[in-house]
Design a protein around this ligand. Structure first.
Ligand SMILES: [Zn+2]
Ligand SMILES: [Zn+2]
Length: 348
């Protein structure tokens, strides 16, 4: 008997995304078609995405050449649910993260030297292409870091930007076990920096504003807490012998300038808190004692994996507040308020 065959209606699977449609615009929750990965890409079913202060670059259009609408997010944790052509090293079902390092070209001078972190044509997730404020995202394989088993997605997400930045800044700083290392700022970056510095075997001085985080800073591994509202942090560091390294996490150039005299001879101020105003220092402050100031940005995926593995091994954990994707607006406002304890994470 003949059966009537009706062609099935094509059902385009859709997903929710939180997008910014113009510089300075608010978050719009919209439905989009789930994209297909192209050659060299994977599709990630996003489980969690951290809300980083650098998302302001996308939200406010502060990074040149952003095309809108754009989905922010560069602290992405999820699971690969489809791979594009030619992807051999990654498989469906693998847990992966994407951080600030959203891909490199493999052809510029720095890439030829293996310095992918400083690729001249580096891509950033959530800036160069749509990031993790959505249920599914596409990412090039150059951006992928494997997430170890026992870290949850929400715990792993902030480690992919805040974590790898503090971890890298400290482990490449030249400080040796037992050295006095100061972490300025007990916030989203600082609370991770204190933990890493402690686990690296440094004598850790945490510098914060007010007493409210003093107990917590010590619980996270600081031996000394310096309240910058009560005392001059540079003088306090000098009474302890001077800091070999100061990692400046709080985005205040004025506060950073005030720390330079707290360095020991051959000491280094490593700047990771991003601001637009200048740090003030006299040549003499640097010449006497051969002191240095250096900046540090996140890191390539191999360094992200090192960060995640180290965190898993040594119990370093992000303290997080979670919000559903639909409340991206609220989550972003909470991050911008500076009141979050300490990283804000969207869950899908
Ligand atoms: Zn970030
Ligand atoms: Zn390159």
């Amino acid at each position: 008997m003949a059966t009537l065959r009706v062609a099935p209606k094509p059902t385009l699977a859709s997903m929710k995304v939180a997008q910014i449609s113009k510089p300075g615009g608010g978050f719009e929750i919209v439905e989009r078609e789930i994209p297909k990965p192209e050659a060299g890409q994977v599709r990630i079913k996003v489980q969690a995405c951290g809300v980083c202060h650098s998302d302001v670059l996308t939200k406010e259009g502060l990074w040149p050449g952003i095309q809108y609408p754009r989905v922010p997010g560069h602290e992405v944790a999820g699971v690969i649910d489809e791979v594009g052509a030619g992807v051999l090293a990654w498989r469906v079902g693998q847990r992966v993260g994407v951080g600030w390092h959203g891909g490199h070209d493999n052809t510029c001078r720095e890439c030829m030297r293996g310095d992918f972190k400083n690729c001249r044509n580096m891509k950033v997730s959530g800036i160069s292409y749509d990031g993790g404020y959505q249920q599914y995202m596409l990412a090039p394989v150059e951006a992928l870091a494997a997430i170890p088993e026992t870290l949850s997605d929400a715990e792993a997400a902030p480690l992919l930007c805040a974590g790898v930045t503090t971890y890298g800044a400290l482990r490449h700083s030249g400080a040796l076990p037992g050295d006095l290392v100061a972490v300025q700022g007990v916030g989203g970056l600082g609370h991770l920096g204190i933990q890493f510095a402690n686990k690296f075997g440094y004598k850790v001085a945490a510098i914060g504003r007010g007493q409210e985080n003093a107990v917590l800073a010590k619980k996270l591994g600081a031996k000394v807490y310096i309240d910058s509202q009560e005392k001059n942090p540079a003088e306090e560091l000098q009474t302890l012998g001077g800091a070999q390294v100061i990692v400046a996490t709080a985005p205040s150039s004025k506060a950073m300038s005030a720390l330079i005299d707290g360095l020991s001879p051959n000491g280094k101020l490593v700047v990771i808190g991003a601001t637009f105003d200048p740090i003030e220092v006299t040549p003499l402050q640097l010449i006497i004692g051969s002191r240095a100031i250096q900046g540090w940005a996140a890191g390539a995926p191999a360094e992200s994996e090192d960060t995640l593995n180290f965190a898993e091994l040594n119990g370093v954990r992000s303290m997080i507040e979670t919000y559903p994707l639909e409340k991206a607006d609220e989550a972003y406002a909470r991050m911008m308020s500076g009141q979050a304890q300490f990283r804000v994470v969207l869950t899908m």
